[in-house]
Design a protein around this ligand. Structure first.
Ligand code: ZN
Length: 238
């Protein structure tokens, strides 16, 4: 069972290592948490290796679209899709992929290994790092907060969560506590943006300064691009 495939060269190394250690046992399932290239770009290395390729319907469509573009590299696209939840027994493990709604994109899933008590959050989780917000492909920061809360509630307090990304010096795994820090950061980001809109600032004025948010200094400074995306979302929701 493999969750996400990063880039082709690295995925190739992963496949070689798996083959060597498993004495050529095939990969039962390759699952993508979402469509972004740094999570699905290496799928092609699993062609003929993974028996099935699973992703949320929305993510699968975007992967297929990208693969169909002129000059696109050869790609292995998902052959099994789901809209709410996918769950299967593999060996003595139960694996679940669940969609909680729009957040980082419009098609992110949490992949849970129920017996092992491990949950791969994909890019629903940035640990002390400014998140990528893919508004063009369905992201919604206001809902992201709810998505994290729902995902946390679906897992035990001692579940090991794997994060899509982390700031330098911060770990890529952790517990519910880290999820709550990120939820609170997103809330602070929305509040910061809401205050500016209420004060009558234009997008240009708002994105002219790129502060760190009080209490969330570890995340670092924002880019004008990130702030602009949040501004657009909130201006539209008004
Ligand atoms: Zn991503």
């Amino acid at each position: 069972m493999v969750v996400d495939s990063q880039f082709p060269d690295l995925a190739k190394l992963c496949v070689e290592g798996l083959k060597e250690r498993s004495k050529n046992r095939p990969v039962d399932r390759l699952i993508n948490t979402h469509h972004h290239g740094d999570h699905s770009g290496g799928n092609i290395a699993f062609k003929g290796v993974a028996k099935k390729m699973v992703a949320h319907e929305f993510a699968a469509n975007l992967i297929k679209q990208a693969a169909a573009a002129p000059n696109a590299a050869e790609q292995l696209s998902p052959d099994s899709t789901f809209t709410d939840v996918w769950r299967e027994q593999v060996g003595d493990e139960w694996v679940r992929a669940k969609y909680y709604g729009r957040a980082h994109t419009g098609g992110d899933a949490v992949i849970s290994f129920e017996r092992a008590n491990v949950a791969h959050m994909g890019d629903l989780m940035f640990n002390r790092r400014i998140p990528v917000i893919d508004r063009v492909n369905g992201a919604l920061v206001a809902n992201w907060i709810t998505v994290i809360e729902k995902a946390a509630a679906d897992h035990a307090t001692d579940t090991t969560h794997i994060f899509g990304h982390a700031g330098i010096k911060f770990p890529v795994t952790g517990t519910r506590a880290e999820l709550m820090v990120f939820r609170d950061y997103l809330t602070a980001l929305l509040n910061h943006t809401r205050a500016a809109i209420k004060a009558g600032q234009t997008k240009e004025q708002f994105t002219a300064t790129t502060p760190t948010l009080a209490g969330f200094e570890a995340f670092g400074a924002h880019t004008a691009r990130t702030l602009g995306i949040v501004f657009d979302e909130m201006a539209e929701a008004k």
